[in-house]
Design a protein around this ligand. Structure first.
Ligand SMILES: [Zn+2]
Length: 333
């Protein structure tokens, strides 16, 4: 992963490459910034650059060292991430993992110049693990580099944060997301731009989107909404039931609803030139946008976005979706 392949993080990459060039790499970095904007990829790029035998302050991407890092096989580059102790349990980084890290970091590098440990979602260290990890940060062996990656730096111990050099990652612009989508999905420019708008800044989300499934869901939503327009609560409940068989399905539905409401808002504020996710439904969206006020649309958008966040906090999927749908259906009466 040469640095040139990191999209939309010019500032972070510039800082890191300068430190690599001048040999001033610290013993620990803290990469923080929104989820899914390239923090872990950049950690991989740093690990490669440090192990690469061909390129200076960068990775060639082709030498055995680079290839081994990319494949996760390099003996001196280790990744730690949260795990569930039992099926369905919350994923955390446990003390056992940190003990393994501590044993490993005490050994000399096997193949490369130094040992590199990337701890992803470092905010999920359990207390005991965080305290043990702090010990390692206080006395890190020479020729080792720790890279902590998190979207929630405030959840780390202040004593851990203060021992790391922090590198801040920015939210990705829609253009950066589109560039990544075009590369990863082989999408054309127009489709990439539309998918990027759908993802509102998260590459993981856009890469996970099944656009055909969403189009199908949209058709069902519009049809069902019409059917519920009589105001029959039973119809509403049956409707939300069909979208909430599980929390994954409910989240996908709410994500769709967010894009629909955002399109309405964009049309209301920017008029016919607005860039829409559901551009192929522009006529229906325009009719709906014209029939409501800005405050009304904003309230609905906020409600749907809030519902999505509640769902992520494991609130009952069906209740969340019903609450989100109530005003949207209700207003059709
Ligand atoms: Zn290389």
């Amino acid at each position: 992963m040469p640095f040139a392949e990191i999209v939309g993080q010019a500032r972070a990459v510039e800082i890191l490459q300068r430190e690599l060039r001048t040999g001033r790499v610290p013993q620990a970095y803290l990469f923080h910034g929104p989820e899914s904007v390239g923090k872990k990829r950049t950690a991989l790029a740093v690990a490669m650059a440090l192990q690469c035998r061909a390129a200076e302050a960068d990775a060639c991407g082709a030498c055995p060292e680079c290839r081994n890092v990319a494949a996760g096989h390099h003996p001196d580059v280790r990744f730690y991430s949260p795990q569930a102790k039992t099926r369905g349990a919350a994923e955390k980084i446990y003390i056992e993992q940190i003990r393994t890290l501590q044993q490993d970091i005490a050994l000399r590098p096997m193949a490369g110049r130094m040992k590199i440990f990337v701890v992803d979602d470092a905010d999920r260290l359990v207390e005991q693990a965080a305290n043990a990890f702090l010990k390692t940060l206080e006395e890190p062996p020479d020729s080792s580099l720790l890279i902590l990656v998190t979207a929630f730096p405030d959840r780390l111990l202040a004593t851990i944060r203060s021992r790391c050099r922090t590198v801040r990652f920015q939210p990705l612009s829609p253009e950066s997301v589109a560039a990544i989508v075009a590369r990863e999905k082989g999408a054309g420019a127009e489709e990439a731009a539309r998918l990027a708008r759908f993802a509102h800044g998260s590459v993981a989300r856009v890469l996970a989107v099944d656009y055909e499934a969403m189009t199908q869901q949209r058709a069902e939503f519009l049809e069902e909404r019409q059917r519920c327009a009589g105001g029959d609560p039973a119809a509403l409940f049956a409707f939300s039931d069909s979208f909430t068989r599980n929390s994954v399905q409910a989240a996908a539905f709410l994500e769709f609803l967010v894009t629909w409401e955002r399109d309405l808002m964009a049309l209301k504020l920017q008029g016919p030139d607005a860039a829409l996710v559901h551009g192929d439904c522009a006529a229906a969206l325009t009719r709906e946008a014209e029939s409501r006020g800005v405050a009304d649309l904003l309230g609905r958008l906020e409600l749907v976005e809030q519902s999505l966040r509640r769902l992520q906090r494991n609130v009952n999927a069906r209740l969340v979706v019903e609450a989100a749908l109530m005003p949207i259906i209700g207003e059709l009466n």
